[in-house]
Design a protein around this ligand. Structure first.
Ligand code: GLA
Length: 379
């Protein structure tokens, strides 16, 4: 990837670039908890967005995407730019955000290529944002710590793209470590690395569907959580425990109560899952994954028939500890924890079963946890 990207950059822009890689992520457990100040457990994965970049002498940013075969260009001086509802928003949003935070950027030429499946719940957007941020900052000799990069990318997505996401995806892309999952407290941003188990694999299965609802439903869920927290007199649902649910349910009403119950119980599941992982109790970890899926399906209502089918197929297969949807929902991927010696048979069975049920051919792969975003040596 690095060799040809440098050469392609040279052909297109006539000079030698620096190279930056920012990975996507998979979330093991802790879904729709990050914006409630709660806990999540993602891992950065082998799929990434790469940006080759070199500074310009003016304030233009020109970006070519190899995947999309498209070029965009904008001026850093166009501060009032409106979002275009295309991939340009992720790049321009990040550039605008860096300047909003008081840094002055040089213009830059960027060549971008990625292999994070788009719109599949594996954070293709966060990886594009983080790769862009690293590239633009480096072209202007601005050195920011990974936490500042994760935060500014999240703010770009919230403020410019209009998706009121939490910090999980950008944080995982910046802070991943090889072979480790990340237990993150989204309130304090304290985090702990948890070694992934030997002898078991994380298998990701892409349903190949993406239902349109996703971003409007996402912002809607977030708003409901905020209102549930206000009713209960706390700043975030993170501050409530399952013992508090019965007390607040009459005030919330059934619909809001279900959303709040998901968030509150999911936070507790993350903590139990972390303990199970530390102690090598994979059956317990797997049971929590199934429980998370059921809660997302029934209480939070962000699953869809294709995700449910994939999870049920996993549940019926030998050697599977647990399975659940991963990411925002309404399509995208499931993640299953599978005994090492059962992975090959599991993958084959899942592919056949899913295709028979939906007429769609799923993409299935074993995930490896990798290091977070960094500069890579150019060829
Ligand atoms: C998306 C958002 C994250 C998180 C997940 C759901 O990936 O970008 O911040 O809220 O959905 O867990």
């Amino acid at each position: 990837m690095t060799d040809t990207l440098s050469l392609d950059f040279h052909k297109l822009f006539g000079r030698k670039p620096r190279l930056f890689r920012a990975p996507g992520r998979v979330n093991l457990i802790g879904e729709h908890t990050d914006y409630n100040d709660g806990f999540v457990m993602p891992a950065a994965i082998q799929f990434a967005t790469w940006a080759a970049a070199a500074p310009r002498h003016d304030r233009a940013v020109r970006v070519h995407s190899i995947n999309l075969g498209a070029t965009i260009e904008f001026s850093l001086d166009h501060r009032g730019a409106a979002p275009t509802r295309t991939w340009q928003d992720y790049v321009q949003g990040v550039a605008l955000q860096i300047e909003k935070e008081g840094h002055t950027l040089h213009g830059a030429d960027l060549l971008i290529r990625g292999d994070v499946p788009l719109g599949s719940g594996l954070s293709s957007s966060a990886s594009l944002e983080v790769a862009t941020a690293r590239a633009l900052l480096a072209c202007s000799s601005i050195d920011l710590p990974p936490l500042a990069i994760a935060r500014l990318c999240q703010r770009a997505e919230v403020e410019f793209v209009g998706m009121r996401c939490g910090i999980m995806d950008q944080f995982a892309s910046c802070f991943g470590e090889e072979g480790q999952a990340l237990l993150l407290d989204c309130r304090t941003l304290e985090h702990e690395y948890l070694p992934l188990p030997q002898g078991a694999s994380l298998v990701v299965a892409n349903t190949m569907v993406k239902h349109e609802l996703a971003s409007s439903a996402y912002n809607d869920r977030r708003q409901v959580c905020e209102s549930a927290a206000r009713t209960a007199g706390v700043t975030h649902l993170r501050d409530l425990h399952s013992a508090d649910i019965a007390r607040w349910l009459p005030h919330w009403g059934a619909a809001i109560g279900r959303r709040a119950r998901h968030t509150i119980t999911e936070n507790e599941r993350v903590q139990s899952a972390a303990a199970a992982l530390r102690e090598g109790r994979l059956e317990d970890f797997g049971a929590l994954m199934y429980a998370s899926h059921e809660s997302l399906r029934d209480d939070y209502e962000v699953s869809c028939p294709e995700l449910d089918t994939m999870v049920e197929l996993a549940r019926a297969a030998p050697g599977v500890y647990g399975s659940r949807m991963t990411g925002g929902g309404f399509g995208g991927c499931t993640i299953s924890l599978v005994r090492g010696d059962a992975v090959a048979a599991f993958t084959a069975r899942l592919a056949t079963g899913y295709q028979a049920a939906t007429s769609l051919a799923p993409a299935i792969f074993v995930c490896h946890a990798v290091a977070g975003a960094r500069e890579e040596a150019a060829a």
